[in-house]
Design a protein around this ligand. Structure first.
Ligand SMILES: Cc1ncc(COP(=O)(O)O)c(C=O)c1O
Length: 409
């Protein structure tokens, strides 16, 4: 299509006063409604299964039934899980802070000078911001359909003793939606053995149960591989119910070996006397026998929105050679890669028409995508109709940005 026609379409849409938002990786209200029964679920029974009165102080590792729930997310035994407060991101902060300043399964990283963390890109902006805020240097490696590009990861870990960690979202990665392959999981589990100093694999399984196509894609559990490799003290596993029940009103989990958990517990004990065990108990009771059905109900709401994204991208960009995109079977995001140099302009053009997209570059450390090509699409919060309309605008803007680019040359 020529530039003039694209510009005419653009101007027509501009007059339509759209106000659409594809930026937010948040559950829609209908998804939140699935958990409304949490309200009052305890009905006055505040005793955990070990007799703990959950209204009182204490039990820093969490009540047994909440740890058992976390164990299902993390593929661990409950004794290797701490059930915490409402946010796994907060737990990640404390784990990295402890590793840097107090030592986790070894001496404090700060003793060895400035520490670096490997960031597969595109990735989760808050992971990058968190490590950056703690003074870590962010080293990028490309994501593949099987997970981080492991030849590069291994070479970096072998050659640079300042590299202490790697961010992983192993199932339905944010934003590509890929599931790490069994070989990648094994190589990641072996990584701490290759490192020259103390090392932690940060295993953020935020989308552990968030399948929307069945049979669900299995993820190889990392801990058995780590035990085989002798690296079990160097794996930090995280998950939460943020996108299962209420976002910011759920419970979060951190898992690992006993040595690892003891160091984390010591650190957490400085900050708190215990997490919200009332919330832990109502979540554990609510989800115990219904987790699978509950997640299928989420899937029914989420799948049509992802299908709308795929239809729209195919309709607008299929066969043009202007972009490639991922087709996740779960999680919250689709990742679109345009031809180099188009992402920022595309997002700006869409904004002019009233369609908010995640800022181009957000999926890279410091918000800088060197090739300016990645755009993260988050369809869950919008209605199916809004997703349809938003993706049509997005594809038009990719084509217009491409036409402008050619015109510039
Ligand atoms: C990969 C990943 N980890 C963690 C989070 C946030 O988790 P929480 O709500 O438990 O802090 C998100 C939210 O989008 C995420 O995408």
């Amino acid at each position: 299509m020529d530039r003039q026609r694209l510009e005419q379409q653009f101007q027509a849409l501009k007059g339509a006063n759209l106000a659409l938002d594809l930026t937010r990786g948040k559950p829609a209200a209908q998804q939140l409604d699935l958990s409304n029964a949490l309200d009052g679920f305890l009905a006055g029974d505040y005793r955990a299964e070990d007799g703990t009165d959950v209204r009182n102080y204490g039990v820093l590792r969490g009540i047994p039934e909440a740890r058992a729930l976390g164990a299902r997310f993390l593929s661990l035994e409950p004794e290797f899980v701490i059930a915490g407060g409402n946010s796994s991101l907060t737990l990640m902060f404390h784990v990295l802070d402890a590793a840097l300043n107090a030592g986790v399964s070894g001496s404090a990283w700060r003793e060895g000078g400035p520490a670096k963390v490997i960031c597969p890109v595109p990735g989760y902006d808050r992971h990058f911001a968190l490590a950056d805020a703690l003074g870590m240097e962010l080293v990028t490696v490309p994501m593949t359909d099987d997970g981080p590009e492991m030849d590069q990861v291994e070479a970096i870990v072998r050659d640079d003793p300042a590299v202490r960690s790697i961010w992983c979202v192993p199932k339905y990665a944010n934003p590509t939606g890929c599931v790490y392959s069994p070989a990648t999981v094994r190589r990641l589990a072996e990584l701490p053995a290759r490192a020259q100093g103390g090392f932690l694999v940060l295993w953020d399984n935020a989308y552990a149960v968030h399948d929307f196509e069945f049979p669900a894609t299995p993820l190889t559990p990392i801990m058995p591989c780590a035990i085989e490799a002798g690296t079990e003290d160097h794996i930090a596993l995280f998950a939460s119910t943020s996108k299962v029940t209420f976002a910011t009103g759920g419970i979060a989990f951190v898992g690992g070996s006993e040595r690892f958990l003891a160091d984390i517990e010591k650190r957490l004990s400085i900050l708190m006397i215990g997490a919200d065990k009332v919330n832990q108990l109502r979540h554990a009771r609510f989800l115990k026998d219904r987790l699978d059905d509950h997640m299928r109900a989420h899937a029914e709401l989420v799948r049509p929105k992802f299908e709308a994204v795929q239809r729209g991208l195919e309709r607008g960009l299929g066969g043009t050679g202007l972009a490639v995109w991922t087709k996740p079977k779960g999680g919250y995001f689709v990742s679109l890669d345009t031809k180099p140099g188009l992402a920022k302009r595309t997002v700006a053009l869409a904004g002019e028409i009233g369609v908010a997209l995640t800022p181009a570059g957000a999926t890279f450390p410091h918000g800088h995508d060197p090739a300016d090509r990645n755009i993260r699409i988050a369809p869950t919060f919008a209605t199916v109709e809004a997703v349809e309309a938003g993706v049509d605008v997005l594809t038009l803007c990719v084509k217009l940005a491409a036409a402008e680019q050619v015109g510039c040359k």
